[in-house]
Each structure stands twice: as structure tokens, then as C-alpha cells.
Unconditional design. Structure first.
Length: 114
């Protein structure tokens, strides 16, 4: 095993441990944790056996394993950007609803005082 493999596996295990210790226990988090486990296992296999990635790339019609990895990472980045955008929009909508409720409560209290 070469040094870079040891470093990459240690980093993957560290990131995995950090993300698995996240808070919350909803069903969505469970799906995310299962996906994370699968991703980490696949990443460790790809680090230990890089030729498997090339074999998979050829089977999918891609020239090299590095190209397949780049395509996969591009999809993941786009997914993360879209997911972040959607969460941001949902958060903005929650703030608007909250601000409206506060405004109604304050107006009601002001009206009742008169």
C-alpha cells in the first residue's frame, strides 16, 4: 500500500466518522447515512483498487477511470448546488411566514391595547 492510499483512506474514514456523528434521526438522515456508507465503501475500494475504476469506466463506455470519476464528481457537485439552493429557498419561505406571524401578533396586541 502506497502512502497516498493510506492518507486517502484515513481522510475518508475521518470524514465518514464526522458525518455519521451528525445530529438528527429523521428518515431523511437515515437515507443520507446509508448513501454515505455506500459512498465511503466505494471510495475506499477505488483507492485500494484503481484498476477497478478503469474497468468500470470501459464497461460504461468511458475512456479512463479518471474521466469516470470526474463525471461522477460533476454530477455530485451539481446535485449539492441544487440541494443547497432548494434548502435556501425553503429557509427564506420559513422566515417570511415567521415574519408574517410576528407582524400579525404585534398588530393584534397593539389593537387590543387601544
Amino acid at each position: 500500500m502506497i502512502l497516498i492510499q493510506i492518507i486517502l483512506i484515513a481522510l475518508l474514514v475521518g470524514v465518514f466518522a464526522r458525518l455519521m456523528s451528525g445530529r438528527g434521526s429523521s428518515r431523511t438522515n437515515a437515507y443520507k447515512k446509508v448513501a454515505l456508507v455506500l459512498f465511503v465503501v466505494a471510495a475506499i475500494v477505488a483507492v485500494l483498487f484503481p484498476s477497478l475504476l478503469t474497468i468500470l469506466a470501459h464497461a460504461l463506455g468511458v475512456g479512463r477511470g479518471a474521466d469516470l470519476l470526474l463525471y461522477g464528481l460533476t454530477v455530485v457537485v451539481i446535485f449539492q448546488l441544487l440541494n443547497g439552493y432548494i434548502k435556501d429557498k425553503e429557509q427564506q419561505q420559513r422566515f417570511v411566514r415567521l415574519a408574517r406571524k410576528v407582524a400579525i401578533i404585534e398588530a393584534t396586541e397593539k389593537y387590543q391595547r387601544k
